[in-house]
Design a protein around this ligand. Structure first.
Ligand code: CA
Length: 358
């Protein structure tokens, strides 16, 4: 089915910093309306400079071009609780399945879902002050300058995230523009470098391998930076199961609402399913197989503080609209969602049974 590519709204933030409170309300309304109707929105002139973004993608390419044994000097720790360091192709399995007690043998279900590996590698970075998830840095001598740049970039992204959270608070009508910000000190966010290597197009199309299957994000908001490869698709707001291409808008933030903010807002803001699928083809190999292009993307996941109690925002409930969800502590929610994505025991690279990266 053809998708309407124009249906993800674009919001221009260039006026935001100097806007009067009336103008702020207008921009905030545009942003919030997009989160209500689609759950996805492009933000241009957001404050993270083009130079910085070019540099971030340059570092990401340098990192993933390192030999495997160098990347493995900063391995993702075993188990689902710490999400930092390098994840090799096939380690992570993104899934929308959430454990429920009545489902019985959850581990068997996990195992079944893992059979189709996701062909991607990633490197996760957090705040150095986040004690429950310590960073796993690549040694400075392996990639001199990487750590200071990424630390700076992490906090630049947080600066923009603060303004987006202010705009959402105004747009939702929370009264205090800092209402949401008070729950987000920035130390619980996550910067993720992602590399989807070129793969055989046929294998992607036949689902024997996947780039990133349909999922929603867990946190408050996700700010995605992406190269011009393409492949991101977003579920149509009014046609369940139909995915629209999200065109690449140079240096824009593709922002989406996460499940926790949807829950917080009593489903007023929408957390929308999205996936990464086949991008345009980039030619053929010697044996005639069509190859997809590599894709690089950098999502920045914004989450409330670990001890934040997420309970229905006062502006999002009234007598017609009763509270749908009980309160939940962020850290408990995160652990519940992380359990499926990373196995308790992990295979080392090369030992992954299901995935081979062409
Ligand atoms: Ca996502």
């Amino acid at each position: 089915m053809t998708a309407d590519e124009s249906s993800i709204p674009i919001v221009d933030f260039s006026r935001w910093a100097k806007a009067s409170s009336e103008e702020k309300k207008e921009i905030a309304k545009e942003l919030t309306d997009a989160c209500i109707s689609v759950g996805f929105v492009y933000i241009v002139n957001h404050g993270v400079s083009d130079e910085m973004l070019d540099e971030a993608f340059g570092w990401s390419q340098k990192f993933f071009a390192l030999p495997e044994e160098k990347k493995m000097l900063a391995p993702h720790p075993a188990g689902p609780n710490v999400h930092r360091g390098y994840s090799w192709p096939g380690l992570e399995k993104v899934s929308q399945y959430i454990h429920k007690d009545e489902d019985g043998d959850a581990d068997a279900k996990d195992e079944e879902l893992r059979k189709i590996g996701d062909v991607k590698e990633s490197y996760e970075i957090g705040s150095d002050e986040c004690t429950n998830q310590p960073n796993v840095w690549i040694p400075e001598e392996v990639l001199p300058g990487f750590r200071p740049f990424m630390t700076d970039f992490y906090w630049q992204c947080y600066g923009t995230a603060q303004e987006l959270l202010r705009a959402l608070a105004i747009g939702i009508g929370l009264g205090d523009p800092d209402f949401l910000l008070k729950f987000h000190d920035g130390h619980n966010n996550q910067l993720r470098l992602l590399h989807y290597p070129p793969v055989e197009a046929e294998k992607l199309a036949s689902d024997s391998i996947a780039r990133m299957p349909a999922h929603t994000d867990w946190g408050s908001i996700t700010m995605l930076f992406q190269d011009d490869c393409g492949g991101l698709q977003v579920e149509h707001p009014r046609k369940p199961g139909v995915f629209m291409n999200a065109p690449t808008v140079r240096n824009a933030i593709c922002m989406n609402v996460g499940d926790l903010l949807m829950r917080w807002s009593n489903d007023y803001l929408k957390s929308t399913l999205h996936r990464v699928t086949s991008p345009p083809l980039s030619g053929k190999t010697a044996d005639g197989k069509s190859m997809t292009r590599a894709r690089y993307s950098i999502p920045y996941f914004v989450s409330p503080n670990p001890d934040a109690l997420i309970e229905c925002l006062p502006a999002c409930t009234n007598t017609q609209n009763p509270v749908k969800y009980g309160p939940v502590v962020q850290e408990d929610y995160r652990r519940m969602r992380a359990k499926l994505q990373y196995p308790e025991k992990q295979n080392m690279p090369g030992a992954a049974k299901t995935v081979s990266v062409a």
